[in-house]
Design a protein around this ligand. Sequence first.
Ligand SMILES: [Mg+2]
Length: 233
Amino acid sequence: MGSNLKNKKHLFFDLDDTLWDFEKNSSQVLEKLFFEFELDKKLKTNFINFYFTYKETNSLLWQQYGKKEIDKSYLRNHRFNLTFKKFNYDNYNENLRVTEEYLNQSPKGKHLKESCIETLDYLDKHYKLHIITNGFKEVQSIKIDNCGLKNYFDTIIISEEHNLTKPDEKIFRLAENFAKTTKEECVMIGDNFESDIIGAINSGWDAIYFTEKNPENFSGKNISNLKELQTIF
Ligand SMILES: [Mg+2]
């Protein structure tokens, strides 16, 4: 750290909740499905409780997936039923129908993080831009194609296509190879401290932590709005 970020050549972005507003796009679809499937009556709870329980369940499954303890189909086919069960409701088939609708609808969401496009327009003039995202190929590519992001990026690495996930150093090495560059010229910008920031720093890259909260125990560069990148670069 400490090098002049303006001299970098390649900026690598995370996708979910860094460029694409996952929280907003995902919660809107979940709220719609919650009432369409009458989960308020079946689970005897409100949407907010359901949503936070789902997020907690999903995040634990993603951690297990990252450690290769479970596979993609287990993650997808059980996360709603595991959430249901926390409200004493168990319906595997209905869980599969919710999953199907969720996977079909949520990647089509078009909400981007604030100042995303104006910042990419600015950065695109001076730097090569790339994406490294942990996620499933069919979902992540629909998001990128649908919301007007695709043309800004030289290379797009979707973890599933390479069987590697951030923070594994190998995915950062792969990204350097794809971009035909070296670690000294690379910066990672992302909202996940472990995957994006620690992963990048351990790979010898600079990193910018995108977080709306004030990060404790982090002395590196951080931003709370993408717009701030226009003064850093
Ligand atoms: Mg993210």
